[in-house]
Design a protein around this ligand. Structure first.
Ligand SMILES: [Mg+2]
Length: 359
């Protein structure tokens, strides 16, 4: 299943059109310890409509049961087999290449070690135990002695796999170093670059789809460079929600490989039909909304006149259909001039923040 790099339509609710939602967690279902508003009702409603859910997370420190318990506490009853972690994706890769001599040194939390054991792999605790592969995942307790162990083993010839390469990790005090930043220290000391299995790699999504017997999976996420890029890489359609990291302006400026298929404010978008934008006489329309992009300017056609938005404009409220029409217009304009990178989108980096009108 492949999709083009623009928005599609769905004449019925997404939860009827797709059989499994591959849901991101942070910024979609919860933010830190707190649930995202409307998420429990939306997930329960999607299940009642026949859609199954599989959570897909780059967090390699927490075991699936721990994630399931957290979701259950947030009023979303969840089983461990409805969670796919980057640790499981890494373990699946190691297992697919393993033979009788394979010995895994895990540098990370208990979730990472448990994932290797669940694949029947032999796990060792030290570079002195002659590991054949090092697998590194984030844990808040990781220190110099752990990184040194990885370096000893890799310099002695062990293979190297990272659960994910996220540079940062959101915490309640701001952004902290993520797994990719700790991996960078090991890369610096060894000159060896690991293979990664977490988002935005396709493999974690393919594994999640396989584990949930998905025939028509829909990826749901808040980050363009992990969730949505991974969906594109996997060949699955995606729904972007605005409850986490990336907001409307980031979506409008997205490069082709990071463009979602559907747009919604939050998970309630699963229960809705999604009108498809169409090009009409130089503008893009969606429902009653119309937008066009001229150079670095977005122009929304509204009753009573046009609204012109460019660098330095005031923050503005738009409807969901205006957001869809604007995304289609901005992407088509960027494609027309052949831009390949976010910092060369036709819309400038200081394009004003847009907010969704509550509907
Ligand atoms: Mg997220």
């Amino acid at each position: 299943m492949t999709t083009g790099a623009t928005l599609l339509g769905s004449s019925g609710p997404l939860q009827n059109a797709y059989d499994v939602a591959l849901l991101d967690l942070d910024g979609v279902v919860y933010r830190g310890a707190l649930g995202v508003p409307h998420a429990p009702e939306a997930v329960i409603g999607a299940r009642a409509a026949g859609m199954r859910v599989m959570y897909v997370t780059n967090n390699a420190a927490r075991a699936p049961q721990t994630v399931a318990d957290h979701l259950t506490e947030l009023d979303i009853p969840t089983r461990a087999d409805e969670v796919t972690t980057a640790a499981q994706a890494a373990a699946a890769l190691v297992a697919s290449e393993a033979d009788a001599t394979t010995r895994v040194l895990t540098i990370g939390g208990d979730g990472l070690r448990q994932a290797m054991l669940a694949e029947g792999l032999t796990v060792v605790a030290s570079a002195d135990d002659a590991p054949t592969v090092v697998v590194q995942g984030f844990a808040p307790t990781l220190g110099w002695t752990d990184l040194a162990e990885a370096v000893y083993a890799i310099r002695a010839g062990a293979g190297y796999i990272a659960s994910n390469l996220d540079a940062t990790l959101p915490t309640d005090r701001g952004m902290a170093p993520g797994n990719g930043s700790l991996v960078a220290a090991v890369v610096h000391a060894t000159g060896v670059t690991p293979r990664s299995t977490g988002k935005p790699q396709a493999s974690i999504f393919h594994q999640a789809a396989r584990r949930s017997d998905a025939e028509r999976p829909l990826v749901v996420g808040d980050r363009l460079d992990t969730d949505i890029a991974g969906a594109r890489a996997a060949g699955y359609p995606s729904l972007h929600v605005l409850t986490g990291v990336d907001q409307i302006t980031e979506v409008l400026r997205a490069v082709p490989g990071e463009r979602p298929t559907f747009l919604a404010a939050d998970l309630r978008g699963l229960a809705h039909a999604h009108p498809e934008p169409h090009r009409r006489q130089g503008a893009w329309t969606c429902g009653a909304a119309a937008a066009r992009v001229d150079d670095a300017t977005l122009i929304l056609t509204r009753v009573g006149g046009e609204l012109t938005l460019t660098a330095g404009s005031d923050p503005t409220t738009v409807s969901l259909d205006e957001f869809r029409a604007a995304a289609a217009a901005a992407w088509a304009a960027s494609d027309a001039v052949g831009t390949a990178r976010a910092d060369t989108s036709v819309l400038p980096a200081d394009f004003p923040p847009l907010r969704l009108a509550s509907e």
